[in-house]
Design a binder for this molecule. Structure first.
Ligand SMILES: O=C(O)CC1=NCN=C1
Ligand SMILES: [Zn+2]
Length: 417
């Protein structure tokens, strides 16, 4: 057989080759292939087998994995990728214990990023997004979801979505776009949030026509949008053919988790304070929990999402950086894997399902990304790690040695191509 690239002498290979979102105890059922090899041709996985059998394969390029861990490229299911400015000035307020929602109420937080994003040019936003995508790639991420939500007016929300669309063309990473125009209430609509929500829902047709987003998301939170407002808004989005996501039960327990299940959202996101009933509903639904423990850490809170209970009750969950300029400022999904182990008490096997196959399903790419299987994209990471338990164990650094996207080397330790 003739292939483009052969990765051989693999120590442990995680194919993550499972059907559908992996739920409950199945998240702890990990297939580990020892002494494996993977062949890629025309950007797709062509063959998977033992390194011994691979000796008969002619490859234009052979990569010796030197006994290292090899996995699918990481899938990052929840980011606020496109934004202007930064919010390092808020660190002092956070250190003084000023709550996140209080900073927002005072016109900071999301709203300060809105000002910076409205002021930023299209090209400035694009260059910044490409920079962050490079950094995600070097940390092993090969598919990423990107939300708008820092415009909060028609023109700037469309600007963000168009930047996302162009970044998806210009950068090797695959980007899945979500419209989060309902992210906060802008000052000009402070007195009339209903009018603002209608304004954002008026964009649905244009977004659909121009294929600017596949999902619609809303921040269901105290001082932002109520469960009732969110239900109406998401029903409208569903009628227009969009997939649904909800920033739910992040700070206050409003019942956003239950709402996500009720409207058949593909995912409920944050769920830091989801109720017992919310977790029960999630576990018996097809809605995936997108868990953001880095945000809890970064906001200096003590209440972590009860992901252990969610899995034990049968839910499918993923973990994510929640990369954004204010409440979780990191592209390092490997760090989140460590926080998931230490604070959520997830096992290494559960964590690997959470950052590959389940994350792919949470953004509608379950049959495209997050798995090494013949016919799938050649999105592969060779890690500077002896086994799959090592990544959550050794925290805060980048373990990626080589990152391939569609079979092409995108990053080699120490350089970005
Ligand atoms: O603070 C931000 O910019 C991102 C965020 N939206 C809802 N929770 C966090
Ligand atoms: Zn978020």
């Amino acid at each position: 057989m003739k292939v483009d690239t052969l990765i051989t002498n693999i120590g442990q290979l995680l194919t993550m080759d499972k059907k559908g979102p992996v739920k409950g105890s199945d998240m702890n059922d990990l297939t580990v292939m020892e002494g494996a090899a993977v062949a890629v041709k025309d950007g797709r996985i062509k063959w998977i087998g033992s390194a011994e059998k691979a000796v008969n394969i002619q490859a234009d390029k052979t990569i010796d994995a030197d006994g290292k861990l090899v996995t699918p490229g990481l899938v990052e299911p929840h980011t606020h990728l496109v934004f202007g400015g930064s919010r390092e000035e808020e660190m002092a307020l956070k250190q003084q214990g000023v709550p996140y929602l209080e900073i927002l109420k005072q016109g900071g937080g999301i709203l300060s990023t809105v000002n910076a994003t409205r002021d930023a040019s299209y090209n400035e936003l694009l260059e910044k997004a490409l920079f962050h995508l490079d950094r995600m790639a070097m940390h092993g991420i090969t598919t990423v979801e990107a939300k708008s939500g820092y415009g909060l007016d028609k023109q700037t929300e469309l600007k963000q979505l168009q930047v996302t669309k162009e970044a998806n063309v210009k950068h090797p990473l695959d980007i899945v776009s979500t419209f989060l125009g309902a992210h906060a209430i802008p000052p000009e609509h402070k007195e009339d949030p209903e009018a603002f929500l209608s304004l954002m829902s008026e964009l649905f047709d244009e977004i659909k026509e121009k294929n600017l987003a596949e999902f619609i998301d809303i921040f269901t939170e105290t001082g932002v949008f109520s469960v009732e407002q969110s239900l109406r808004y998401l029903k409208k989005a569903k009628e227009k053919g969009f997939g649904l996501k909800i920033h739910a039960d992040e700070i206050d327990q409003l019942g956003g988790t239950e709402l996500a299940v009720e409207v058949g959202a593909i995912s409920g996101e944050h769920l830091a304070v989801a109720s017992d009933n919310g977790i029960k509903q999630l576990a018996s639904s097809n809605t995936i929990g997108v868990i953001l423990p880095g945000t809890v850490f970064y906001l200096g809170k003590d209440t972590y999402p009860r992901a252990r209970k969610m899995i034990d009750e049968g839910a499918a969950i993923t973990v994510s950086t929640d990369f954004n300029p204010g409440s979780s400022v990191t592209e390092n999904l490997q760090l989140i894997m460590s926080i998931a182990a230490l604070k959520l008490k997830l096992t290494p096997a559960e964590i690997w399902h959470a950052v590959t196959v389940n994350a792919a399903h949470a953004i509608g790419r379950g049959y495209e990304a997050g798995t090494i299987a013949t016919g799938r994209r050649g999105d592969i990471v060779i890690w500077d790690a002896p086994n799959y338990k090592y990544i959550p164990y050794h925290y805060g650094v980048n373990h990626a040695n080589t990152v391939l996207k569609n079979g092409e080397i995108l990053y080699k330790r120490g350089e970005i191509r």
